[in-house]
Design a protein around this ligand. Structure first.
Ligand code: DC
Length: 229
Protein backbone atom coordinates (compact mmCIF):
# COMPACT_ATOMS: atom_id res chain seq x y z
CA UNK A 1 0.00 0.00 0.00
CA UNK A 2 1.06 3.59 -0.53
CA UNK A 3 2.52 5.21 2.56
CA UNK A 4 0.07 7.51 4.31
CA UNK A 5 2.42 10.46 3.78
CA UNK A 6 2.05 10.06 0.01
CA UNK A 7 -1.71 9.72 -0.04
CA UNK A 8 -2.33 13.42 -0.56
CA UNK A 9 -0.31 13.31 -3.81
CA UNK A 10 -2.73 13.06 -6.74
CA UNK A 11 -2.56 10.06 -9.05
CA UNK A 12 -4.16 9.54 -12.44
CA UNK A 13 -4.18 5.81 -13.24
CA UNK A 14 -4.36 4.86 -16.91
CA UNK A 15 -4.85 1.12 -17.43
CA UNK A 16 -5.70 -0.98 -20.44
CA UNK A 17 -4.44 -3.58 -22.89
CA UNK A 18 -1.28 -3.31 -25.05
CA UNK A 19 -1.53 -0.92 -27.95
CA UNK A 20 -4.56 1.04 -26.74
CA UNK A 21 -2.47 4.23 -26.68
CA UNK A 22 -1.88 4.31 -22.91
CA UNK A 23 1.83 5.08 -23.23
CA UNK A 24 1.38 8.15 -25.45
CA UNK A 25 -1.75 9.34 -23.65
CA UNK A 26 -0.05 9.00 -20.25
CA UNK A 27 3.02 10.87 -21.42
CA UNK A 28 0.96 13.73 -22.88
CA UNK A 29 -1.30 14.01 -19.83
CA UNK A 30 1.75 14.01 -17.52
CA UNK A 31 3.40 16.67 -19.63
CA UNK A 32 0.31 18.90 -19.75
CA UNK A 33 -0.07 18.73 -15.95
CA UNK A 34 3.66 18.78 -15.12
CA UNK A 35 3.21 15.42 -13.34
CA UNK A 36 5.67 12.55 -12.99
CA UNK A 37 5.19 9.52 -15.20
CA UNK A 38 5.26 5.86 -14.21
CA UNK A 39 5.44 3.39 -17.11
CA UNK A 40 4.85 0.20 -15.14
CA UNK A 41 4.91 -1.92 -18.31
CA UNK A 42 8.52 -0.80 -18.80
CA UNK A 43 9.27 -2.13 -15.31
CA UNK A 44 7.91 -5.57 -16.20
CA UNK A 45 9.74 -5.42 -19.51
CA UNK A 46 13.10 -4.50 -18.01
CA UNK A 47 12.70 -7.27 -15.43
CA UNK A 48 11.94 -9.67 -18.30
CA UNK A 49 14.98 -8.50 -20.26
CA UNK A 50 17.18 -8.88 -17.21
CA UNK A 51 15.94 -12.47 -16.78
CA UNK A 52 16.52 -13.25 -20.46
CA UNK A 53 19.99 -11.67 -20.49
CA UNK A 54 21.06 -13.44 -17.32
CA UNK A 55 19.88 -16.81 -18.64
CA UNK A 56 17.54 -17.24 -15.66
CA UNK A 57 14.41 -18.05 -17.64
CA UNK A 58 14.17 -21.64 -16.41
CA UNK A 59 15.46 -21.06 -12.88
CA UNK A 60 13.26 -21.47 -9.79
CA UNK A 61 11.03 -18.49 -9.08
CA UNK A 62 12.92 -17.56 -5.87
CA UNK A 63 16.11 -17.12 -7.89
CA UNK A 64 14.27 -15.00 -10.49
CA UNK A 65 12.66 -12.77 -7.86
CA UNK A 66 16.05 -12.25 -6.22
CA UNK A 67 17.52 -11.17 -9.57
CA UNK A 68 14.61 -8.79 -10.25
CA UNK A 69 14.87 -7.26 -6.78
CA UNK A 70 18.57 -6.56 -7.17
CA UNK A 71 18.61 -5.47 -10.84
CA UNK A 72 19.99 -2.00 -11.49
CA UNK A 73 17.37 -0.31 -13.66
CA UNK A 74 16.81 3.42 -14.06
CA UNK A 75 13.81 5.16 -15.64
CA UNK A 76 14.51 8.55 -17.17
CA UNK A 77 11.30 10.46 -17.91
CA UNK A 78 12.91 13.82 -18.65
CA UNK A 79 12.96 13.43 -22.46
CA UNK A 80 10.24 14.24 -24.99
CA UNK A 81 9.71 10.75 -26.37
CA UNK A 82 8.63 8.64 -23.43
CA UNK A 83 10.55 6.81 -20.77
CA UNK A 84 14.20 5.94 -21.44
CA UNK A 85 15.32 2.85 -19.56
CA UNK A 86 18.83 1.99 -18.46
CA UNK A 87 19.76 -1.49 -17.29
CA UNK A 88 23.23 -1.72 -15.78
CA UNK A 89 24.02 1.65 -17.46
CA UNK A 90 23.05 0.22 -20.85
CA UNK A 91 20.24 2.05 -22.72
CA UNK A 92 17.74 -0.77 -23.38
CA UNK A 93 14.75 1.40 -24.38
CA UNK A 94 14.43 -0.09 -27.86
CA UNK A 95 15.17 -3.65 -26.79
CA UNK A 96 12.31 -3.48 -24.30
CA UNK A 97 9.84 -3.11 -27.18
CA UNK A 98 10.64 -6.41 -28.91
CA UNK A 99 7.95 -9.09 -29.06
CA UNK A 100 10.26 -11.47 -27.17
CA UNK A 101 10.68 -9.10 -24.22
CA UNK A 102 6.95 -8.23 -24.24
CA UNK A 103 5.98 -11.90 -24.21
CA UNK A 104 8.36 -12.66 -21.35
CA UNK A 105 7.09 -9.59 -19.45
CA UNK A 106 3.55 -10.86 -19.73
CA UNK A 107 4.66 -14.30 -18.46
CA UNK A 108 6.50 -13.04 -15.39
CA UNK A 109 3.69 -10.57 -14.66
CA UNK A 110 1.47 -13.47 -13.62
CA UNK A 111 3.86 -14.32 -10.76
CA UNK A 112 2.65 -12.76 -7.48
CA UNK A 113 6.21 -12.63 -6.09
CA UNK A 114 7.40 -10.61 -9.10
CA UNK A 115 4.46 -8.21 -8.78
CA UNK A 116 5.16 -7.55 -5.13
CA UNK A 117 8.89 -7.11 -5.85
CA UNK A 118 8.00 -4.25 -8.23
CA UNK A 119 5.30 -2.71 -6.05
CA UNK A 120 7.60 -0.78 -3.71
CA UNK A 121 9.34 0.96 -6.61
CA UNK A 122 5.95 1.84 -8.11
CA UNK A 123 4.83 3.43 -4.83
CA UNK A 124 8.03 5.45 -4.46
CA UNK A 125 7.27 7.16 -7.76
CA UNK A 126 4.24 8.89 -6.23
CA UNK A 127 5.75 12.32 -5.80
CA UNK A 128 4.58 15.92 -5.92
CA UNK A 129 3.06 17.57 -7.82
CA UNK A 130 1.39 14.32 -8.95
CA UNK A 131 1.77 11.09 -10.89
CA UNK A 132 0.33 9.64 -14.06
CA UNK A 133 0.62 5.85 -13.70
CA UNK A 134 0.33 3.72 -16.82
CA UNK A 135 -0.24 -0.04 -16.66
CA UNK A 136 -2.74 -2.83 -16.11
CA UNK A 137 -3.49 -2.63 -12.38
CA UNK A 138 -2.65 0.96 -11.48
CA UNK A 139 -6.25 1.81 -10.55
CA UNK A 140 -7.23 -1.59 -9.16
CA UNK A 141 -4.19 -2.67 -7.11
CA UNK A 142 -1.29 -0.22 -7.00
CA UNK A 143 -3.05 3.14 -6.49
CA UNK A 144 -6.63 2.23 -5.50
CA UNK A 145 -7.04 5.79 -4.15
CA UNK A 146 -6.19 7.43 -7.52
CA UNK A 147 -8.39 10.49 -8.10
CA UNK A 148 -8.99 9.55 -11.70
CA UNK A 149 -8.90 6.01 -13.08
CA UNK A 150 -9.05 5.59 -16.84
CA UNK A 151 -9.42 2.28 -18.65
CA UNK A 152 -8.23 2.92 -22.18
CA UNK A 153 -9.02 0.27 -24.73
CA UNK A 154 -9.32 -0.27 -28.51
CA UNK A 155 -10.26 -3.21 -30.71
CA UNK A 156 -7.58 -5.91 -31.05
CA UNK A 157 -7.57 -5.33 -34.83
CA UNK A 158 -6.82 -1.63 -34.45
CA UNK A 159 -4.13 -2.30 -31.86
CA UNK A 160 -2.46 -4.83 -34.19
CA UNK A 161 -2.58 -2.33 -37.06
CA UNK A 162 -1.02 0.41 -34.87
CA UNK A 163 1.76 -1.96 -33.82
CA UNK A 164 2.37 -2.91 -37.44
CA UNK A 165 2.74 0.78 -38.40
CA UNK A 166 5.23 1.28 -35.55
CA UNK A 167 7.28 -1.74 -36.65
CA UNK A 168 7.18 -0.64 -40.29
CA UNK A 169 8.56 2.75 -39.25
CA UNK A 170 11.46 0.87 -37.64
CA UNK A 171 12.00 -0.99 -40.93
CA UNK A 172 10.55 -4.27 -39.61
CA UNK A 173 8.00 -6.30 -41.57
CA UNK A 174 5.58 -8.41 -39.52
CA UNK A 175 2.23 -9.72 -40.72
CA UNK A 176 -0.96 -8.34 -39.26
CA UNK A 177 -2.16 -11.88 -38.50
CA UNK A 178 0.85 -12.72 -36.34
CA UNK A 179 0.58 -9.41 -34.46
CA UNK A 180 -3.11 -9.98 -33.90
CA UNK A 181 -2.40 -13.45 -32.55
CA UNK A 182 0.28 -12.09 -30.18
CA UNK A 183 -2.04 -9.36 -28.94
CA UNK A 184 -4.90 -11.79 -28.35
CA UNK A 185 -2.61 -14.23 -26.51
CA UNK A 186 -1.24 -11.46 -24.31
CA UNK A 187 -4.71 -10.02 -23.62
CA UNK A 188 -5.92 -13.43 -22.61
CA UNK A 189 -2.94 -14.03 -20.29
CA UNK A 190 -3.19 -10.55 -18.73
CA UNK A 191 -6.97 -10.79 -18.27
CA UNK A 192 -7.16 -14.33 -16.95
CA UNK A 193 -4.31 -14.36 -14.46
CA UNK A 194 -5.40 -14.62 -10.85
CA UNK A 195 -3.19 -11.82 -9.48
CA UNK A 196 -4.05 -8.25 -10.48
CA UNK A 197 -5.73 -9.21 -13.75
CA UNK A 198 -6.28 -6.64 -16.47
CA UNK A 199 -9.75 -5.28 -15.77
CA UNK A 200 -11.29 -1.84 -15.31
CA UNK A 201 -11.59 -0.58 -11.73
CA UNK A 202 -15.23 -0.38 -10.64
CA UNK A 203 -15.01 3.43 -10.73
CA UNK A 204 -12.94 3.70 -13.94
CA UNK A 205 -13.77 6.00 -16.82
CA UNK A 206 -13.76 3.68 -19.84
CA UNK A 207 -12.48 5.21 -23.08
CA UNK A 208 -12.51 3.26 -26.33
CA UNK A 209 -9.85 4.79 -28.58
CA UNK A 210 -10.85 2.82 -31.70
CA UNK A 211 -10.95 5.42 -34.49
CA UNK A 212 -10.24 8.28 -32.05
CA UNK A 213 -7.11 10.45 -32.26
CA UNK A 214 -4.70 10.46 -29.34
CA UNK A 215 -5.22 14.21 -28.91
CA UNK A 216 -8.94 13.68 -28.44
CA UNK A 217 -8.24 10.95 -25.88
CA UNK A 218 -5.90 13.27 -23.97
CA UNK A 219 -8.41 16.17 -24.07
CA UNK A 220 -11.12 13.84 -22.76
CA UNK A 221 -8.95 12.68 -19.84
CA UNK A 222 -7.89 16.24 -18.98
CA UNK A 223 -11.44 17.59 -19.09
CA UNK A 224 -12.61 14.91 -16.62
CA UNK A 225 -9.54 15.57 -14.47
CA UNK A 226 -10.29 19.31 -14.29
CA UNK A 227 -13.94 18.61 -13.41
CA UNK A 228 -12.83 16.43 -10.50
CA UNK A 229 -10.16 18.74 -9.11
O1 DC B 1 2.24 -2.10 -21.18
P1 DC B 1 3.29 -3.08 -21.71
O2 DC B 1 2.90 -3.76 -22.99
O3 DC B 1 4.64 -2.43 -21.80
O4 DC B 1 3.41 -4.23 -20.59
C1 DC B 1 4.20 -5.38 -20.77
C2 DC B 1 3.61 -6.53 -19.96
O5 DC B 1 3.74 -6.24 -18.57
C3 DC B 1 2.14 -6.79 -20.22
O6 DC B 1 1.95 -7.93 -21.03
C4 DC B 1 1.55 -7.07 -18.87
C5 DC B 1 2.56 -6.64 -17.88
N1 DC B 1 2.11 -5.55 -17.03
C6 DC B 1 1.39 -5.88 -15.91
O7 DC B 1 1.09 -7.04 -15.68
N2 DC B 1 1.02 -4.91 -15.03
C7 DC B 1 1.30 -3.63 -15.27
N3 DC B 1 0.92 -2.71 -14.39
C8 DC B 1 2.01 -3.26 -16.44
C9 DC B 1 2.39 -4.26 -17.31
Amino acid sequence: MATSSAQHIPVIAIDGPSGAGKGTASMLVARRLGFHLLDSGAMYRVAALHILRSGLKDQPIERIVEAVTSMRARFDTSGDDGVRVLLDQDDVTLELRTEETGGMASEIASEPAIRSALLTTQHTMRQLPGLVADGRDMGTAVFPDAILKVFLTASAEERAARRQRQLNQQGKQVTLESLLQDIQARDSRDTNRTVSPLKPAADALIIDSTGVSINNVVDHILSVWHERR
